[in-house]
Ligand binder design. Structure first.
Ligand SMILES: [Fe+2]
Ligand SMILES: [Fe+2]
Length: 447
């Protein structure tokens, strides 16, 4: 690995160092991850099934015409399914974080002064493994209890269909071309690959075996070559690019916080009243606390630390802007008819989820009735769309505040104007009508 010569510590560097040290000390001393693991081990759905896990506003189909007609028991289940589906997406995103934390930690390890940062990133990565395990275990047990194994298998089938779109083998020449392009643009004969990237490539032949399914993968349309291309740049030895990954990570942190902060407040309310606290509520609350350390680090690296390192080249600025632009278009690119805290448009897998819920013993609908309600909830305007817009607007305002003074960003990224233009109700309904036609053609009612 090459070592870039250290600049003498600047005022910002001292500020950065201090914040890294404090975050690492506090994060190491905390026991939130251990609590999450204990809760995950002891979880069983029946012991938690009679209680809300968050405010009713955080429920699948909230404020839709179906929700208005649902019984108290059905509403409770919709609240639990909201937790399952959202944390399923979060666990996919944290899988991406695990990869790129390690990719960038290797780059930072070239700087003796950043050893505590590397330790912090190793700790965060370990914590993400526990988070992912808890979200998956609790989420799957919940979904299995509510929509049955058959419903869950049907859902997984749709999800794998989505991922196979990007699973066609990457042509080697395409991969090599992008790799060489990144090396040329970094003005190097070959990329100064970090050991983590070298191992990944040696193991898989390419950096990734399959596209990732979290906020980054979705934003890149599950494109393996583009995801690898970003990997070459984030892990190619440039400190600016390694810091840039954290502009993507802070988007994910703020996305999550916009939903999870509400659950953390719900936890406090129950605790104050001395009421029963469901396990998933407690997991969300401890996750919120763990993630506050990660958010501090993302913020620091994205906003301050890069200023201490050699200035970005025009090429690096271009790649950095492109990645943020793609996030606006992807994971921030719309609203859902049925998930008040999902900031991208619906796709067939969401229609399939609702269809399976309606057909499960929970609602007991026939094929025909289930299809009727899917169309009504996804393709006709209702209050749920407006709830989603309001939640997304809060995130938009927070992202705008965060990116406002970034000097290297295009104005479309500084102002998040692409995200702002993609959040309309009419656009979402138009998109859903198209998807519904495709969905209905593969679900011809038999009764
Ligand atoms: Fe996490
Ligand atoms: Fe995290």
């Amino acid at each position: 690995m090459t070592s870039t010569s250290l600049k003498p510590p600047s005022r910002t560097s001292r500020k950065v160092q201090k914040l890294i040290n404090t975050t690492y000390r506090n994060n190491s001393a905390s026991d939130y991850t251990e609590k999450i693991d204990e809760l995950c081990q002891s979880f069983n759905y029946p012991s938690n099934s009679l209680h809300y896990w968050s405010d009713p506003q955080q429920s699948l189909l909230y404020a839709s015409p179906l929700y208005e007609e649902a019984s108290p028991n059905q509403k409770l289940a919709l609240n639990h399914l909201h937790w399952f589906a959202n944390y399923n997406y979060i666990s996919n995103s944290e899988t991406e974080t695990v990869i790129f934390n390690q990719v960038t930690a290797d780059v930072f390890s070239s700087q003796a002064s950043l050893q505590t940062l590397v330790d912090e990133l190793v700790l965060e990565t370990e914590q993400e493994h526990y988070h992912i395990k808890a979200f998956r275990k609790i989420g799957l047990a919940t979904a299995k209890a509510l929509i049955g194994r058959q419903g869950l298998n049907a859902l997984l089938k749709w999800n794998s269909y989505k991922l196979t779109l990007g699973k066609e083998p990457i042509p080697t020449y395409q991969y090599r071309t992008l790799r060489s392009l990144a090396a040329i643009m970094h003005r190097k004969a070959r990329l100064q690959y970090t050991s983590y990237l070298r191992n990944l490539e040696a193991e898989n032949q390419f950096l990734f075996k399959a596209p990732t399914a979290g906020m980054l993968g979705r934003s890149l349309n599950y494109s393996l070559p583009i995801e690898s291309f970003l990997g070459f740049n984030w892990g190619g030895g440039s400190l600016f690019m390694a810091c840039h990954f954290y502009t993507i990570r802070i988007i994910a942190n703020l996305y999550l916080k916009n939903m999870e902060h509400g659950i953390a407040k719900f936890y406090q309310k129950l605790k104050k009243r001395g009421e029963f606290i469901p396990t998933p509520t407690a997991v969300s609350r401890y996750h919120f606390l763990d993630e506050s350390f990660h958010t501090s680090i993302s913020q620091l690296l994205a906003k301050d630390a890069y200023r201490d390192f050699p200035q970005a080249t025009a090429y690096e600025k271009f790649v950095a802007n492109l990645a943020i632009y793609k996030m606006q278009q992807g994971t921030l690119g719309g609203i859902s008819a049925v998930f008040p805290h999902r900031y991208f448009g619906d796709d067939c897998s969401v229609l399939e989820l609702v269809y399976r819920v309606l057909q499960s013993s929970l609602f007991g609908m026939s094929d025909r009735d289930a299809l009727y309600w899917v169309e009504r909830c996804f393709c006709q305007e209702h209050q749920g769309f407006h709830e989603a817009v309001a939640n997304r607007q809060r995130l938009l305002a927070e992202l705008r505040r965060f990116f406002a003074d970034f000097d290297y960003l295009w104005s479309v990224n500084r102002n998040m104007s692409l995200m702002a233009s993609l959040g309309g109700v009419e656009r979402a309904i138009g998109n859903n009508r198209q998807i519904f036609r495709q969905f209905a053609s593969s679900h011809t009612p038999e009764n």
